[in-house]
Design a protein around this ligand. Structure first.
Ligand SMILES: C[S@@+](CC[C@H](N)C(=O)[O-])C[C@H]1O[C@@H](n2cnc3c(N)ncnc32)[C@H](O)[C@@H]1O
Length: 315
């Protein structure tokens, strides 16, 4: 009771602040149609900002925030929805782990206006400013456990933390997501993969390079094909796994262009930090990326996302 009282007070305070500010309450800047990236080309590593003291491989800066919003819109267009689990309209409490720009949380708030939606992130700097008061945001490192009592949320969602959770930490993180979910509630995971279909020679070279270095850094891509198994091992029932092929490239119109921008910026950002750890010159990876992108157009490629959801059993 004290837990929810605290969260609702936090939301009421934010709503009161918003009501007295010139920004209309409920503004969800992140949910608007994506703007063109300010900087289309690669940005030197020295100009990107990264989080200290955690094993997160991607940058944390405005350019990365734009990429996350692109990715959100590419997925939303493919799924025609923001979730896969069979949620009921009366759902009251939703948790989004690794919430980033909060774009998913804000859009879910519009779909479930009576729910209290809590977003957690190790850094809240990517949220739109001022933070719209519709959702509650809490700073926490999921690798150290979530700051919530057991069995609080009807639905716990975690999306695209592939570059944040080392492979050995996945089982513990999924157990933590299940712990904070109510019996009978749903837990949903959605992640990128190392699969682009069809994959020509340049695409295979590119993926091999990225997955090889990820593995050396403790980020084994294979774990992402086992999201359903991880949910089962954590005690979930009614587990469903799904591969989601998302069109990649201009050939597929707006949705394909969104994901292309996302992938080029995402791999571009990883490239900078990976090249700093190896002897591969960035120009070599840029050339691989360019060649691979040509294949995606010629072969009408799709990037495969993995998703799984399952239910915490009733006692
Ligand atoms: C790739 S973004 C995904 C954001 C969001 N889930 C989405 O789908 O747009 C990963 C997010 O996880 C956050 N993150 C990284 N490591 C984390 C950790 N150990 N605990 C909580 N959040 C973390 C980052 O700050 C970033 O906002």
């Amino acid at each position: 009771m004290g837990f929810w009282h605290h969260l609702f007070r936090k939301r009421r305070r934010a709503q009161a602040r918003a009501a007295s500010s010139p920004v209309p309450a409920g503004t969800t800047a992140a949910a608007e149609a994506p703007a063109a990236p300010e900087q289309a080309g690669p940005v030197p590593l020295t100009q990107r900002r990264y989080l200290d003291d955690i094993p997160y491989l991607l940058p944390k800066d405005p350019l990365e925030d734009q990429r996350l919003n692109y990715q959100h819109h590419a997925l939303a267009r493919t799924l025609s929805n923001h979730y896969l689990a069979p949620l009921t309209p009366g759902i009251r409490t939703i948790l989004d782990v690794g919430t980033g720009t909060g774009i998913w949380a804000f859009e879910m708030q519009a779909l479930f206006p009576h729910a209290c939606i809590v977003g957690v992130d190790v850094s809240l700097q990517s949220l739109p400013q001022p933070v719209p008061p519709t959702c509650v945001f809490v700073r926490a490192n999921v690798l150290e456990g979530l700051p919530f009592p057991d069995a609080q949320f009807c639905y716990t969602h975690q999306r695209l933390l592939v570059a944040a959770i080392p492979s050995r930490s996945w089982p513990g993180v999924v157990r933590e997501l299940v712990r904070v979910t109510r019996p009978g509630g749903w837990i949903e995971l959605l992640e990128l993969s190392d699969v682009i279909q069809p994959a020509g020679p340049a695409t295979r070279r590119l993926l091999d390079w990225f997955t090889g270095i990820s593995q050396q850094l403790g980020f084994e891509m294979a774990v992402l094909r086992q999201l359903g198994e991880l949910l089962q091992q954590a005690g979930c029932v009614e587990v469903t796994s799904q591969d989601i092929p998302v069109p990649l490239g201009r050939w597929a119109g707006a949705a394909g262009q969104l994901l292309l921008t996302d992938v080029l910026h995402g791999l571009g950002a990883l490239k900078d930090s990976y090249c700093a750890r190896t002897t591969t010159p960035p120009a070599v990876v840029d050339a691989m990326l360019q060649e691979a992108a040509q294949e995606w157009e010629q072969q009408q490629a799709r990037y495969v996302f993995h998703a799984a959801y399952g239910r915490r059993p009733q006692p």
